[in-house]
Design a protein around this ligand. Structure first.
Ligand code: DOR
Ligand code: ZN
Ligand code: ZN
Length: 434
């Protein structure tokens, strides 16, 4: 394994320091061997390796859209060193064997820590609880369970899921969408939806589920996590629940921080996502929600789809957009540049907090000797490159100038990205991944 010395880099945008990496961990500079690979860190910011709590990798079942390998390469290019792979694959990740398989693919790929999310219900059908205990006991040991893509709308099932997750020390991540209130819904409810003749998606469909789940979690002393919060009203509900002492955490996606329903004016399926893009007022409220701590983390909801699923009519197209390779740039644009959060806050929002929620070890003390060397080196003033790692191209930021270029990513001390390009990672059996 090559030793690395990063010279004069601004840690979390603050003090400049040298960082030394040897045998997968940070070490004191004096412990380095004789000829480390030196990276000039002047002008760069060091962030801890980013952790995504919400990623869709599409393997098994939709390997033409993304695989565990391509998705973890996109993750590395985006500065991520750990991703949580959602369970809505085909077949669903709803058994110990299924979660184990995803975990092994991730380990073979070697670009990031791929942590499988276990399904809450069998086949995500919302009928029968999956065996949460058995999945938790597997080697892959998921700490997050979710039917994401679908809401666990049945109150009894959600109650049992929260209880089972509590028993195994895990969290349920809820995709908050009352199905009865969103039948056929295509975009945010309001004038724009009416003008386009598309069925509207009311905010209350999200907010009512969050309120219910907060109360269910409270009654069981369980933890609940809310995926992709998208409305100003949801923030009020979460604020209220936190004030009550409920163990609730919440994420916002980069796209809900930046993009609005106005983009749907030409019914371009690129901007079709679940939950939908909302209003300008919602994006402003969400940014403030991050700044005041009501929102705990930023998570990508990276949702690759093949061109054919995103090129027909709006109504027939799939929900979802790419996110891994643009997340940091969008956060820099929407939160750091306006002064709402600092780069140290970004370290919390995109690394240590999601690692805590997902119980990913190795992220509590960034840059500290003895700790795993998960590191992202960013040029925050340069233009972001176009995404290139994903097998899909449903990038909603196409043609927008975003700033923030990830130049180097280290996962467990191995350079997964060098000078903005993927490196070849030696596999455990000595081969090299493509
Ligand atoms: O837009 C979305 N796409 N939202 C989801 O909840 C699921 C995801 C997907 O799997 O494509
Ligand atoms: Zn979702
Ligand atoms: Zn999702």
């Amino acid at each position: 394994m090559t030793d690395h010395l990063v010279k004069g880099v601004a840690l979390l945008g603050e003090d400049r320091a040298d960082l030394a990496i040897k045998d997968g961990v940070f070490v004191p500079v004096e412990s380095l061997g004789r000829n480390p690979t030196v990276i000039d860190g002047h002008g760069l910011v060091a962030l801890p390796g980013l952790v995504d709590l919400h990623t869709h990798l599409r393997q098994p079942g939709m390997e033409h859209a993304e695989t565990v390998l391509s998705g973890s390469q996109a993750a590395a290019l985006g500065g991520f060193t750990a991703v949580h792979a959602m369970a809505n694959t085909q077949p669903t990740s709803d058994s110990p064997e299924a979660v184990q398989q995803v975990w092994e693919w991730g380990r073979e790929a070697g670009y990031a820590d791929v942590r499988p999310v276990g399904a809450v219900t069998l086949g995500l059908r919302g009928e029968q609880l999956a065996d949460i205990e058995a999945m938790a006991a597997s080697e892959a040991a998921p700490k997050v369970f979710s039917d994401d893509g679908h809401c666990v709308s049945d109150s009894t099932l959600m109650r049992r899921a929260l209880d089972a997750a509590r028993r195994v020390g895990a969290v349920v991540a809820q995709h908050a969408q009352d199905p009865g209130l969103t039948q056929g819904a295509q975009m945010n409810a309001g004038e724009q939806a009416e003008r386009l003749g598309l069925t509207g998606w009311p905010a209350v469909a999200e907010e009512s589920i969050i309120a219910r789940d907060a109360l269910l979690a409270e009654s069981l002393d369980a933890r609940v996590h809310i995926c992709h919060v998208s409305t100003a009203g949801s923030l009020d509900v979460i604020r209220w629940a936190k004030a009550r002492g409920i163990a609730i955490t919440a994420e916002v996606t980069p796209h809900h921080l930046l993009l609005t329903e106005d983009l749907v004016s030409e019914a371009d399926p690129l901007f079709k996502v679940n939950p939908p893009l909302r209003t300008r007022e919602d994006t402003i409220a969400l940014r403030e929600g991050v700044a005041d701590g009501i929102i705990d983390i930023v998570a990508t909801d990276h949702a690759p789809h093949p061109a054919e699923a995103k090129s027909g009519s709006f109504e027939e197209s799939a929900f979802g957009m790419l996110g891994l390779e643009t997340a940091l740039a969008v956060v820099l644009t929407t939160l750091v540049e306006p002064g709402l959060v600092t780069l140290a806050d970004v370290g919390r929002l995109m690394s240590s907090r999601p690692a805590t929620i997902g119980q990913v070890p190795g992220y509590a003390q960034p840059f500290t000797p003895g700790q795993p060397a998960h590191l992202t080196l960013v040029d925050i003033s340069s233009a972001s490159p176009e995404p290139s790692g994903s097998l899909s191209s449903n990038n909603p930021y196409l043609g927008r100038s975003l700033r923030g270029a990830i130049l180097h990513t280290f996962y467990r001390g191995v350079a997964t990205v060098i000078d903005g390009r993927l490196s070849e990672i030696p596999l455990q059996d000595g081969r090299v991944s493509e």
